[in-house]
Ligand binder design. Structure first.
Ligand code: ZN
Length: 274
């Protein structure tokens, strides 16, 4: 049977307690939430940090504290964001990778107009540097693709030898400014990949469930969590991230697959044992 990796993205950079009072923001809240998600079947946790005021921050000390609390309790694979604060410097976006050397980190393969309100900048010079820091520190890039152009940007870096096959892609559908969260778009994005690519996908907001179901149908790995969607169902806020993971676990099993544990996720993603 094929293992399916469930990634949980519990926090993100933007949702607040006003959007959903159950979203975990502090290191302790995030660690407790991730532990419950690991128990429910998540093999990977994609983490963002918040400052005392609840704003997205790249403060490496928040990452170190949270990672320490999670590591006391479970072996979930850690995937740290490199874009948790649009005002952060390039140095701020790299410091935690050098310090923590996580197994995975996000590589956002291009810039975009973000949510019709600001610009999410990933300068070519930054992307080359990011790839080099990841290589030097044994961090595998999770290549985040918000529109098809980002796939071709990643492909360019493959050809240049900056990124390497077989790679791991995360398709993000439904972020305003990027490709819309439709099943047709997901089929198209998946068709761009060579057969050896490992891939996962998720939809933002209302696109969450259709993309989850279609990703399972297409044989991809999945991601759930309040970074992407704070509603468990229309009009019903999620109580925690674990209930998203529990639903994904049920859907994976009903689709005839098995849920990857962290050890099998490490094998699938070819992560160096640390
Ligand atoms: Zn993220």
């Amino acid at each position: 049977m094929t293992d399916t990796i469930i990634t949980v993205a519990p926090t993100g950079a933007f949702p607040t307690k006003d959007h959903n009072p159950n979203i975990p923001l502090t290191p302790r809240e995030i660690a407790d939430d991730v532990f419950e998600c690991w128990q429910a079947g998540a093999a990977v946790a994609h983490l963002h940090m918040r400052d005392e005021a609840g704003h997205g921050t790249m403060d490496k000390h928040r990452f170190i504290e949270t990672v320490g609390l999670i590591r006391e309790r479970c072996d979930i694979v850690l995937n740290l964001t490199t874009s948790g604060d649009l005002l952060a410097t390039d140095e701020d976006r790299l410091a935690h990778l050098i310090e923590i050397k996580p197994e995975l980190a996000s590589f956002d393969a291009g810039s975009m107009n973000w949510m019709h309100s600001t610009v999410f900048i990933n300068h070519p010079a930054f992307l080359e540097r990011l790839a080099a820091v990841m290589n030097d520190n044994g961090v595998k890039p999770e290549i985040e693709v918000f529109d098809p152009g980002m796939f071709y940007t990643a492909n360019y870096y493959m050809k240049k030898g900056v990124l390497h096959w077989p790679s791991y892609f995360q398709f993000v559908l439904g972020a305003a400014g990027g490709i819309a969260a439709t099943v047709e778009n997901l089929v198209f994005l998946k068709s761009l990949l060579p057969p050896e690519a490992i891939w996962s996908a998720f939809g933002i907001g209302a696109g969450h469930l259709p993309i989850l179901l279609a990703t399972l149908a297409l044989g991809g790995h999945v991601r759930v969590g309040m970074e992407d969607n704070v509603f468990y169902a229309k009009g019903r806020l999620a109580m925690n991230n674990a209930e998203f993971v529990a639903r994904a676990t049920r859907l994976v099993q009903e689709s005839g697959r098995t849920v990857a544990n962290p050890a099998s996720a490490r094998r699938i993603l070819d992560l160096a044992v640390k």
